[in-house]
Design a protein around this ligand. Structure first.
Ligand code: ZN
Length: 239
């Protein structure tokens, strides 16, 4: 079997701002670090960023992508609506989508969810404990019962998402809040996984367990060989 083809998409703005901590933590961009972690798992990985032509996601790139990962924060509004439509269509055709951290507010995630995807937040170096609440799930493979992250931005409930098809992780924060941090959905033939941590001011994407979750998420979200749905007026199967 050939390696899964993964495209790691990143807004890549904070990291290019010399005054922002992200420029020190991720000098080559968050995408480079996520891609490195995925390449170590044997995936066929490429990256794409907002400021590239067509945001780096040409029709050919999308057609050649089994699973797309998405990180965005400050420039969700700059992502072309036409591209969002194309990604939406590809997900329904079976392309997996891994939505990371502040991409909860991305156009594509909100469109796929159909809700505001709003939440509480606080940037104060809270401690985060990510508890695995579905240990038999493929995304929990090889992980401890709890992933501890020293400093992270807090995201708190209520998180305005549809009820997840499967809830794999729940976060606790040192300020007392909780959050559904690992949420699985299917849309058409495609699978969508939202994974919470990854604020740009902290080195979260170097954490080996966080990398493992993303790699497991990619494997889980890989396209299946299911039949293409047929819609519309139809003759009886049995006459
Ligand atoms: Zn953040």
């Amino acid at each position: 079997m050939s390696a899964l083809r993964v495209t790691v998409w990143n807004e890549f703005r904070h990291e290019q701002n010399a005054k922002h901590p992200a420029s020190t933590i991720y000098p080559n961009g968050i995408h480079a670090v996520i891609a490195e972690g995925l390449a170590q798992q044997g995936y066929d990985v490429r990256t794409a960023t907002l400021d590239q032509p067509e945001h780096g996601l040409t029709d050919q790139v999308l057609a050649d992508t089994d699973v797309l990962t998405w990180w965005g924060h400050a420039a969700h509004g700059e992502v072309a609506d036409a591209l969002v439509e194309k990604v939406y269509k590809r997900v329904h055709e079976g392309m997996g989508l891994i939505v990371l951290h502040s991409a909860h507010f991305s156009k594509i995630f909100r469109k796929l969810m159909g809700t505001s995807c709003d939440l509480k937040w606080r940037e104060a170096a809270d401690k985060e404990l990510i508890w695995i609440v579905q240990p038999g799930h493929p995304i929990a493979e090889g992980l401890p019962e709890c992933i501890e992250i020293g400093d992270e931005e807090m995201y708190g409930e209520f998180f305005d998402i549809p009820q997840p098809d499967e809830l794999v992780m729940v976060s606790w924060f040192s300020g007392g809040e909780v959050f559904r941090s690992g949420c699985c959905y299917t849309r058409g033939r495609g699978k969508v996984f939202y994974f919470r941590p990854g604020h740009e001011s902290y080195p979260t994407y170097f954490n080996e367990h966080v990398r493992r979750v993303i790699a497991n998420g990619v494997r889980w979200a890989a396209p299946s060989n299911s039949a293409t749905p047929v819609f519309g007026n139809t003759k009886p199967r049995i006459s």
